[in-house]
Every structure is written in C-alpha cells, then in structure tokens.
Design a binder for this molecule. Sequence first.
Ligand code: MUC
Ligand code: MG
Length: 387
Amino acid sequence: MREALDPIGLNTARIAEVRCGVVDLPLKRPHKLAMATIEVQSNVVVRIVTDDGEEGWGEAATIPGYGAETVETMAQVVRTSLAPALVGTEISSLGGAAARMETAIKRNPYAKSAVELAVADLMARRAGVPMSALFGGRRHDRIAGLWVLGAGEAEADIAEAKKLFEQKLFRCFLLKVGKGAPEDDLARVRRVAKELGDGVELRVDVNQSWDEPTAMRFIPQLAEAGITVVEQPVRADNVEAMRRLTGRFPCLIMADEPVETPQDALRFAAAHACDAFSVKLGKHGGPTATRAVVSIAEAAGFRMFAGTMLESSLGVAAHAQFFSTVSSVSLGNQLFGPLLMTADPVVAPVRYEDFCLIVPTGPGSGVEIDRDALKSLMRKEDAACLI
Ligand code: MUC
Ligand code: MG
C-alpha cells in the first residue's frame, strides 16, 4: 500500500502546547497618537509546540484606546479559550485552526491572529517554506514603507524625517494628528510639508478624532498643503460621514478602525465609504480572516495599506509574508515598529532597504526567536509560559 502522502508529518503531528506571554518593548521616543502616548510597546507573543517537539511563534500588538483588546485580555483569551481549542488537534490546516478558534470564542481578533500566525509559522517551518507559501504564494519581495512621525512637534518630526530620508529608509511619512486643535495640526502639517519639500509623500491619521464639520473644513486645507491620504478622520461608527467625505477632496480617504470583519469591509465597499483600507492581521483576526477583507477590497477596487499596531520583527515578518502575496499593496506599509524600538526578540531583525521593507526568505516567518532577548523582555510573571 502506497505510503500515505504525509512526508512532513502535517497530518500526524498534533499541537501539544499553546503558550503565551507579554513582552514590553521600550521605544526610542514617546510615540504620540490622538488616543495615547506610548513609551513602552507591550505585545503578546504565542509559542506553539507539537508532540514531536517542533515550535512556531506568533505576535499581536494593540494600542491603548485603539480597539477593544489589551495585551492582558489577549493573553487571557489565548490561555483560557484558544489554547484549549487547539491542543490535541493536528497541525495540518490553518483554516481548521481558525475555525476552531471562532467556535471557541467570538471577536477577539488580535488574540486569534497571534495564535494563527504561530500555527502558520510552525506549518511553514515543517514544510521548509516561507509562510507566504501558505498564503497563496509570493508576488513581491519588498513593500514600499511609510514612517509615522509621532513626536507630536514639527521640529522633531522634520529632523526625524530628514534623517530617515537621507538613510534611504523612508520617503513617505504620516503625521499623527487629532490630539490637539485642528488649526495647530494644520499648521504643523504645513510646516513639515514646507521643510521636507516635494521629494517625500505626506499623509495624516486622525484616529477618529474629528466630527464631520471639522473634517469637511480641514481636509481640503490638508490636501492643499500636500497631504495625499487622510486616514480615519471621523468616528469609526460614522460610515455615512466617511461616505460623504470620500471622493470630495483631492486626497484619498482611508478607513482603519471601523474595518475589522469582512462584513465591515463589505459595508464600506457597498457604500463606497472610503478609497482605501488599512489592512492589519491583528485587527481582522489573522491571515485567514484578513484574506477575506483583502478579497473584498480587491473586488471593490479599494487601495490597500499594510497597517501596523507596532509589532516587533516577529509580527512584522509575518505581516511581510502575508502582504507579499497580496496583488497590490499600492499604499505601501507602516510596519516600522522594529526601528522605533530599542529591543527586538529575534536573532536578526527584519530589513529595511531603499525605502522598502524586505520580505524575509527563510522558512516560516523568516525570523528566528532570540530566547535570551525574549526572556529579558518578557514580563516576569509570564517567563515560565514561553521558554
Ligand atoms: C493606526 O494606524 O492607527 C499604531 C501605531 C501607529 O503609529 O499607528 C497605529 C495604528
Ligand atoms: Mg490608523
């Protein structure tokens, strides 16, 4: 009888452990958004081990005040709902793992993404291929990058942007606005745009801070100042306002916070309530769910941006693997976290070169965990969970 076709043991190996812990990653400078100022970025790291001793790693990040999860709730959901749903099952199907997690608990997309990415890392490593092979196959080996200017002050933003441009790391920048008065934001944008000149592209992210009249009044002035994309100008639930703002000004309107599920994506597509989506593995719940959002964006003719929630190289590598398989990430990526952090729990960080993020080529995510670094960054109470 022919040997069952299972040369790498995908159909026989079972998940023996799903563990997680929180890492605290200090930033090089405070990162100021409308809803939070971050000095230390805390992320959830998940480690999955099979009964034949192989392991896979995943990461998810979130920002205080951005969404409905915190790293503490994510870790709790992994331990109490997602791990029991997967332990004892075969490591043979990413969709199967996603379906079991969906049965175990609704919502909680960030926690699910960290686990599904660990499963994908493990499956790809066992097969000796990059994760991109599990996501439909690589189309790009690099993705144009964007840096978020979060110092909150024009002079510091200008100095930072000039340095990164001279290093040929970034030539597209996004200013975080919405924390202070719109007039002050506009003045900062004008100042930065004037200083940086035509060689760079400038965008803003309002993180839901304006009401519709404020957006109507200030978006044309931002466009006049050279802003090409305005991200989430109004509250996430105000789809109608997003629809009225879209196509009205000479800049793109991008939806971020409100587009979590494929149904959200369909709602924005049906209403043409934006020109572009910020697509993020954690926000949608992992690669399987994110693929559905991407397909809707492609069908609607929306442009896509590979967003971030400040992942380390572990999560950035997984995002790079996924987005290398997406037909057109025409608005680039903001997966800049490792360059803003003073520490990274991997042996060799992801690479940025010639204004792009380079998609790793090694097996799995393409980066290797540095256990000593991970231990030093891991919260003490979690250390036993991961190593
Ligand atoms: C976002 O697009 O709102 C996370 C870090 C950052 O700079 O922006 C957020 C995500
Ligand atoms: Mg955003």
